[in-house]
Design a protein around this ligand. Structure first.
Ligand code: 5GP
Length: 211
């Protein structure tokens, strides 16, 4: 793909802010945008599928992956571990494919250190009250809801380090905002240049023809 390296989009959001639905909806809009499937030690929720939502692994297997350096980043969230495959992420970007990662703030920080040109997006719920309601409706038990709200408070405090912020007030507008960010980043001159090679040569050629 003309030597272009893929763009790494990192989206962080408190649990329940709607990032899974958003990422899924986006897949229909951008079939060429790859979603990275993370490894996690947490058990699957109802309806979640191995290899689609996560790779569900044991704590021992996860430790082994960390030890072997197989993860580009990893973090402990709500007592469970989550991580991104280094090999798969690197290979996808090398192929010139854009990748969307939905990971927590600790992981985002680690990856931004490795990929400084990564584009970071923070997705916020309209309010903590709304977030609580969404977590409840999802069927999370009360203790879990409290824990996730507490994490959300801490995560929102990290907002300043992000390039873009989207408030997920209405789902449709949040999708539009994310689409706009992706399109705009793809149009950045420095990123578009490799694809413009042919055109720029043509323009130069014409210049000489008409002299
Ligand atoms: P959940 O259990 O609700 O699916 O996810 C809990 C948190 O873990 C969310 O903030 C989610 O973005 C984050 N998460 C999911 N996958 C990864 C990952 O690969 N790395 C990191 N650092 N966080 C992740």
């Amino acid at each position: 793909m003309g030597g272009r390296t893929g763009i790494l989009f990192i989206m962080s959001a408190p649990s329940g802010a709607g990032k899974t639905s958003l990422a899924r909806e986006l897949g229909d809009n951008f079939p060429d945008l790859r979603h990275s499937v993370s490894y996690t030690t947490r058990p699957p929720r109802q309806g979640e599928q191995e290899g689609r939502d996560y790779y569900f692994v044991s704590a021992a297997r996860f430790r082994e992956m960390v030890k072997r350096g197989e993860l580009a980043e990893w973090a402990e969230v709500h007592g469970e571990r989550y991580g991104t495959s280094r090999l798969r992420l690197g290979a996808t970007l090398e192929q010139g494919l854009d990748v969307l990662l939905t990971i927590d703030v600790q992981g985002a920080r680690q990856l931004k250190a490795v990929y400084p040109e990564a584009v970071t997006v923070f997705l916020l719920p309209p309010s903590l009250a709304e977030l609580k309601e969404r977590l409840r409706q999802r069927g999370d038990p009360p203790a879990e809801v409290r824990r996730r709200l507490e994490t959300a408070r801490r995560e929102v405090a990290e907002l300043a380090g992000y390039d873009y912020v989207i408030v997920n007030d209405t789902f449709k507008e949040a999708v539009e905002a994310l689409r706009a960010i992706i399109l705009a980043e793809r149009c950045r001159r420095a990123r578009a240049l490799p694809r413009l090679d042919g055109l720029l040569k043509e323009v130069e050629g014409h210049g000489t023809d008409h002299r």
